[in-house]
Design a protein around this ligand. Structure first.
Ligand code: XBP
Ligand code: MG
Length: 264
């Protein structure tokens, strides 16, 4: 295995239920709106990737005209992003249990590490800087870097292309079905680490576990070592190459198409 590409929200960090959701609600209040997303409603809304798009879809569902919804969503998302960035910088967005141990062990083994997220660059960088030194992730791809968000594969294809990786030597780590679909769309095997917002649709992942461990359980997928219930380098290594290599001409066409979209 040459490289691991980490998702951010729900994978590296526990950021949705008590992070983004609170920032969205603070944005509603800051604009004098009575809207409030409770934990259950937010779990449903998470099916829409990208906070701006999540807001616009929600507002159209509340009866706003699309053009008005997009405009208000932009204004709300600016406030939300500023609030969430402040939370990230203040250390209020914790790592998922087991992440620091795993990232350190992958770095010791000189595995190349990357990030591919739907989140906004304005908070992703400060959040990663709060938890990791700048040299940890060779490239960080955010919503600003791609034309299409997850479940489209663009973020993963961007990493694979720019870092000149061989997809059969790369493993993606995700927490959601949208992320799983994005990784698979880029031809990458995917380890899904479940959290309390992960739905049942992730069963198609090469491996689904209940956490990074210790004492985590393998729920479905390939047989992979998990000493003391921990996701380790060997766990992830067992997934590399478990999807048909996609570095042939068809894959290159998809890469070039993704590059064209990114540049347009
Ligand atoms: C999860 C998302 C993001 C966050 C909110 O991203 O879909 O939209 O929910 O962040 P990931 P923004 O791919 O890391 O799981 O408001 O910045 O979009
Ligand atoms: Mg995620």
């Amino acid at each position: 295995m040459e490289a691991v590409i980490f998702d951010v929200d729900g994978t590296l960090v526990d950021s949705e239920r008590h992070g983004h959701r609170l920032a969205f609600n603070e944005a509603f209040a800051a604009l004098g709106m009575a809207d409030h997303w409770d934990e259950e409603e937010y779990g449903e809304l998470l099916n829409i990737t990208g906070g701006r798009r999540r807001l616009a879809t929600y507002l159209v569902g509340r009866g706003l005209q699309p053009a008005e919804a997009v405009c208000l969503a932009d204004e709300l998302h600016r406030v939300k992003t500023s609030r969430f960035r402040a939370m990230a910088v203040a250390g209020a967005v914790p790592l998922m249990p087991g992440v620091r141990r795993l990232v350190s062990s992958l770095r010791r083994a000189e595995v190349r590490l990357f990030v591919a997220t739907t989140g906004s660059a304005d908070w992703v960088r400060p959040l990663l800087d709060h938890h990791f030194d700048r040299s940890t992730f060779e490239r960080v791809v955010t919503a600003a870097d791609v034309a299409r968000l997850k479940p489209e594969p663009d973020a993963y294809l961007d990493v694979v292309r720019r870092a000149r990786l061989k997809s059969h030597r790369v493993v993606a780590i995700e927490d959601s079905v949208n992320g799983l679909r994005a990784a698979h769309g880029a031809g990458l095997p995917c380890l899904v680490v479940r959290n309390d917002y992960t739905g049942p649709e992730v069963v198609g992942a090469e491996l689904v576990v209940s956490g990074f461990g210790p004492n985590a359980l393998a729920e479905s997928g390939v047989a992979a070592p998990m000493p003391h219930g921990m996701v380790t380098l060997d766990t992830i290594n067992a997934l590399a190459g478990t999807r048909p290599p996609t570095d042939g001409p068809r894959h290159r066409r998809k890469l070039f198409a993704a590059r064209r979209r990114t540049r347009s």
